[in-house]
Design a protein around this ligand. Structure first.
Ligand code: PRP
Length: 214
């Protein structure tokens, strides 16, 4: 039996994912050592390997088959646009991708004015404004703290993730339009889905059962 490899998006999501893998009998003791500098963690008995990567790299590892499976947010899957199968909604990390800004920006959005949109997700923003809304805007890529953009005059609105809404509220911004709901997903390499169908469909079934019993 060959090893199955799982790519996990570093951070809170990886912890949550490992709790689920533990519940379906695929734990990884090595991974619990927080001081470890290892990059790949193995469960020899179950022939499964896990590794942590930057969230935006998870779809890349999965598309190329360097990982058979991946756990990553829907935001990253949409933004990366990789060829892979999205097989399961883990219903954790629930949030929304939204157009946000000061209340006054709502009018400018409505009248399809040529506004600037700052975002960490230029792919999602482009698809939303150009393909869905048929609205011409200028998209500016940022790498974090996107809420700053309308506050300092870089853009009229932002496209960003809203979870509790606290960041927006504390900065005098609000949700103007909702683009898409987001949560953590399981993704699968398209060739692995055929070659390792039995093991992978068993994992999907087991994870689904854990989620349903929660
Ligand atoms: C995310 C997102 C928002 C914030 C939303 O940022 O980009 O800024 O969380 O959460 P809230 O609605 O609960 O306030 P993250 O903390 O990932 O960091 P970033 O600013 O570097 O993107």
């Amino acid at each position: 039996m060959r090893y199955l490899t799982v790519a996990l998006a570093k951070g809170r999501l990886a912890k949550k994912a490992m709790e689920i893998f533990e519940k379906i009998g695929l734990p990884c003791e090595e991974m619990k050592d927080e001081d470890s500098r290892k990059l790949i963690f193995t469960n020899e008995e179950k022939k499964i390997k896990y590794f942590l990567s930057k969230p935006s790299d998870v779809p890349t590892f999965v598309e190329y088959g360097a990982a058979d499976l991946g756990i990553v947010g829907k935001d990253t899957i949409l933004e990366e646009g990789r060829k892979l199968f999205e097989v399961l909604d883990l219903k954790t990390g629930n949030c929304k991708m939204c157009v946000c800004g000061p209340a006054e920006a709502a009018e400018r959005l409505k009248h399809h004015e040529l506004i600037r949109v700052a975002t960490k997700y230029p792919g999602i923003a482009k698809d939303y404004f150009f393909n869905k809304k048929r609205q011409t805007v200028e998209i500016i890529k940022l790498n974090g703290s996107v809420e700053l953009a309308p506050l300092v005059g870089l853009s009229e609105v932002i496209v960003d993730i809203v979870e509790t809404g606290a960041t927006l509220k504390e900065n005098g911004l609000e949700v103007l339009e909702e683009i898409v709901p987001l949560s953590a997903r399981m993704i699968v390499n398209q060739v692995s889905m055929k070659m390792e169908n039995e093991r992978i469909t068993q994992i999907i079934r087991d994870v689904r059962a854990v989620l349903e019993s929660a």
